[in-house]
Design a protein around this ligand. Structure first.
Ligand code: ADE
Length: 246
């Protein structure tokens, strides 16, 4: 076994523990394509824990009605506190992520920050919400993947894992492609083309066949800037201010 914090290849690795009531939802996403490759390479180690296993009683109840009334069920404290404590053990510095539409919206900056962690523990809620004492009980980094409400945190956790995994050294093979792409620089991606040069009457821009690498780089930059200005004035303003990108 490699040391904690190191993949077979000697590259650093990230361990992610996901606490969820629906671990099977992760199978397809983690078992295909680049995430599968990252896991096979030992760069990414994802462990799924069903926190229903930590629920008490014969019925393993994880949710209950809300004090004060109202529709929907609330996630109970006991199974979550027990599961988080069991998964953490005596690990003092795991980064705790709570998936919730009340969290800060995920940005590429946050993804980069998470990719630098050694270990992340994620809690996926379901039902109407978390008992507020779950929020109080641990130093959660509360993350939302956007201003819409999902049926649970699982899809959000998969989005976070996917975005983080592609930044881990060794995941994409080509080390530069994740950091050179324009979003990392605060811009949207420039238009890309591959063979054939003309398809159903639509030709690719001549510049791309010119072989002038510098001119191509300039053209791409200009297109990325134009796209960002037109489509995402918010990103464009940040880019022009030279401020933090996200
Ligand atoms: N759970 C439900 N909706 C969510 C969202 N938008 N982001 C993160 N977790 C969620």
């Amino acid at each position: 076994m490699p040391d904690e914090g190191e993949a077979k290849s000697g590259l650093p690795h990230l361990r992610v523990d996901v606490l969820t009531l629906f671990p099977a939802m992760f199978d397809g996403v983690l078992g295909e394509s680049i995430l599968k490759r990252a896991r096979d390479a030992g760069v990414l180690d994802v462990r799924l824990t069903n926190f229903r296993d930590y629920a008490e009683g014969r019925h393993k109840k994880v949710d209950d009605t809300a004090y004060g009334g109202g529709p929907g069920m609330v996630l109970k404290c006991e199974p979550v506190f027990s599961a988080v404590r069991a998964v953490l053990g005596d690990d003092q510095d795991a980064h705790l992520v709570l998936l919730t539409p009340q969290g800060k919206t995920l940005t590429q900056n946050k993804v980069r920050e998470l990719a630098g962690k050694r270990r992340i523990v994620m809690l996926c809620g379901h039902y109407e919400g978390y008992d507020e004492r779950i929020r109080q009980g641990f130093p959660w980094d509360e993350i939302s993947i956007g201003d819409y409400v999902l049926t649970g945190g699982e899809l959000a956790a998969m989005v976070v894992i996917d975005a983080v995994a592609r930044l881990l050294p060794g995941t994409l093979g080509d080390e530069t492609s994740a950091t050179e792409e324009s979003f990392e620089q605060g811009l949207l991606e420039y238009p890309q083309y591959t063979r054939p040069p003309v398809y159903e009457g639509m030709a690719i821009p001549d510049i791309l066949l010119s072989g002038h690498h510098e001119e191509i780089a300039k053209w791409r930059r200009r297109m990325a800037e134009e796209r960002t200005r037109e489509r995402r004035p918010d990103l464009w303003r940040q880019y022009m201010d030279g401020g933090a990108q996200g």
